[in-house]
Design a protein around this ligand. Structure first.
Ligand SMILES: C[S@+](CC[C@H](N)C(=O)[O-])C[C@H]1O[C@@H](n2cnc3c(N)ncnc32)[C@H](O)[C@@H]1O
Length: 354
């Protein structure tokens, strides 16, 4: 990979998602959102990133970070950071703090990332996936690890831990399913992530200070605001280039986009937990907004999610300009996972429908 006058930025994010179990009894005040910004400022020092913006609604707190994003709801914590950050270094302190609040158990844990372009620039424990696994195994018992895709090319690593038997203990099933199925799975959950590389340079130019004045200008010019129109957007345009946004809606759903526009190592990620029974249109909107040369899609859906039974439908979808290179499906105790990679068709192939 060619560098940019010695400048290199690793767009690939490390993604941590933790679901704590609501403690029994009166749970109203046991809420991760009671952790103040000052406390997060301190905790994030171990990650080597800072909070640059904050928005919230009744369901979710959303932080834009100097390197990506953090989302906090009552019992779920998501930390997504790029560059050479070290998110696993704040995991133990956050779990300790959560335990002091009453969150002593975890029902689901996910750590995932694509392979880095420059692993040599990463810091301990993020230099190798096996090093990350070793670190996580000192915290969790029974974590499972996977590598999807091609180990010698583009791949995606996952460390996951699931205790479906420890789910919410509140007798409020959201949809009618036999009790045995519902145990521990009262809250529908799904996450779609689209990881895009080698993007259209004219589109990437939008995410520079030479073309746009600020985050809002870049959001409107690129039409990011039309991807999921009900999201209230908090956006930031870096100097001289680079863009991050969080969107939240009143259903407690979020979206987040992060853009590294430098042409030598351009990278864009899209992530959302928006609930849909078919993600084809959303995926089409995202990839037409950024025009990547290649992309990876991952979709997680738990058993009460409306996407649970349908994520395999991606197998039958054609995106005209992009051809699917591979697809893998996994069934975990609480979640189904779909992983697929796509590459842009050459022009003569497009004319023939790829
Ligand atoms: C934080 S953003 C988005 C990163 C994201 N993970 C992605 O998808 O690429 C990174 C982009 O902003 C640029 N940038 C400029 N100033 C930065 C800063 N202070 N911290 C992090 N990135 C900065 C980087 O060069 C890069 O293009």
């Amino acid at each position: 990979m060619e560098e940019n006058g010695g400048h290199y930025f690793e767009g690939v994010e490390k993604l941590v998602e933790v679901w704590f179990v609501d403690p029994p009894g009166d749970q109203e005040n046991v809420d991760l959102r009671t952790i103040t910004k000052d406390v997060w400022d301190e905790l994030l020092k171990a990650v080597k990133c800072e909070i640059i913006s904050f928005t919230k609604n009744d369901e979710v707190d959303a932080y834009v970070l100097s390197e990506s994003s953090m989302f906090i709801s009552k019992r779920r914590w998501i930390l997504k950071t790029c560059g050479t950050t070290t998110p696993l270094n704040c995991l133990k302190p956050v779990m300790k703090l959560a335990a002091e609040m009453g969150f002593t158990e975890i029902s689901d844990f996910f750590y995932s990332r694509k392979n880095f372009s420059r692993p040599d620039l990463q810091h301990l424990p993020h230099r190798l996936f096996c090093e990350e696994v070793k670190f996580l195994d000192t915290i969790f018992e029974g974590g499972q690890t996977y590598c999807l895709g091609q180990i010698n090319k583009d791949c995606w690593y996952l460390y996951t831990l699931s205790h479906p038997e420890r789910g919410r203990d509140d007798d409020r099933p959201l949809i009618e399913l036999p009790k045995v199925e519902m145990k521990g799975l009262y809250e529908p959950d799904q996450t779609i992530e689209i990881i895009m590389e080698n993007l259209d340079p004219n589109i990437m130019n939008i995410f520079t200070k030479t073309r746009c004045t600020d985050g809002k200008d870049a959001t409107m010019t690129s039409k990011i605001n039309e991807i999921l129109p009900d999201m209230v957007i908090d956006d930031f345009l870096f100097e001289p280039c680079g863009y991050s946004m969080n969107g939240i809606n009143n259903h407690g759903e979020y979206m987040t986009i992060h853009i590294t526009p430098e042409k030598e190592f351009s990278y864009v990620s899209f992530e959302s937990n928006v609930s849909m029974n078919n993600y084809t249109e959303l995926i089409t909107r995202v990839i037409h907004t950024f025009l990547p040369s290649k992309f990876i899609i991952t979709i997680f859906a738990n058993k009460t999610s409306e996407a649970y039974a349908t994520i395999r439908e991606l197998e039958y979808n054609n995106y005209v300009q992009w051809q699917r290179a591979e697809m893998q499906c996994c069934n975990f105790p609480s979640y189904n996972l779909l992983f697929a990679t796509y590459t842009a068709c050459r022009n003569e192939k497009i004319e023939n429908g790829c």
